[in-house]
Design a protein around this ligand. Structure first.
Ligand code: ZN
Length: 241
């Protein structure tokens, strides 16, 4: 049995489609999404449609709520702000209703799911260092936590009181440990690897693997430029930064 985990599609249909094709091959029994379906990319409506189709366990990202006016864009940079306003004008009332209804946090028997941190989910803080990762791990009632938001994949583990950040892409988990998985970004990777990121949790072997897939970056860029979205957001897709 496998779970397919992903985040931060950001309106990038080309990247999202490529990842969905790969994930389907794994035959996952569960899809899990850490939010930010829209923002930046030229296909917010299509990305919402695909998400509804696979119906994942999902929480909202800051861009999802910003596009429907549920969170302030005061702290967004100039480019993100322009993209959010563009996205907001491109969505139908029904699509906005879907984003508006997304929860900040999801917790069940197996996972805690949040876009930023469990401590202050509504502030959309970033987990970029060991201290913040530890605080989230400490607060988690579940063994596994899943986050997004930074667009940089990382697996933090807490085993025998020792916090570690896995440098590689595969992590063997253990029963007694706790794990915080940042799945990276499908539509706007920022770890220097332009390929779309997603993650497979193999329940039988209890391993987590962060995977990457190539997609038609040129096509996604052209659509962004044609839509009048900020050039900088299109260009950075090629660098994955
Ligand atoms: Zn994001």
């Amino acid at each position: 049995m496998k779970y397919a985990i992903f985040s931060d599609m950001h309106g990038n249909l080309e990247a999202y489609t490529a990842v969905l094709n790969e994930m389907r091959k794994e035959g996952p029994s569960r899809y899990i999404c850490a939010g930010d379906i829209v923002g930046y990319g030229a296909d917010p409506s299509e990305c919402i449609r695909l998400t509804k189709e696979i119906d994942p366990v999902i929480v909202c990202g800051n861009h999802d709520w910003a596009a429907v006016g549920k969170t302030s864009i005061e702290y967004f940079n100039e480019y993100a702000k322009r993209a959010v306003l563009w996205t907001s004008s491109a969505l139908t009332a029904e699509e906005k209703g879907y984003l508006e209804a997304l929860d900040l946090v999801h917790v069940d028997q197996e996972i805690s799911l949040v876009h930023g941190t469990l401590m202050r989910p509504e502030s959309f803080d970033y987990v970029f260092n060991a201290g913040t990762a530890y605080a989230v791990l400490d607060m988690m009632k579940t063994r596994v936590g899943i986050i997004g938001h930074t667009h940089v994949p990382a697996i933090y583990s807490l085993e025998d009181g020792k916090l570690d950040r896995t440098p590689g892409s595969i992590k063997q988990m253990s029963r007694g440990g706790k794990y915080l998985i940042n799945v990276g970004s499908i539509g706007q990777p920022r770890d220097g690897d332009p390929r779309a990121a997603y993650c497979i949790w193999d329940i039988d072997t209890d391993t987590i693997e962060i995977k990457r897939v190539q997609y038609d970056i040129g096509k996604a860029q052209r659509k962004m430029l044609d839509a009048g979205l900020p050039e900088r957001l299109a260009h950075r897709l090629m660098r994955g930064r």
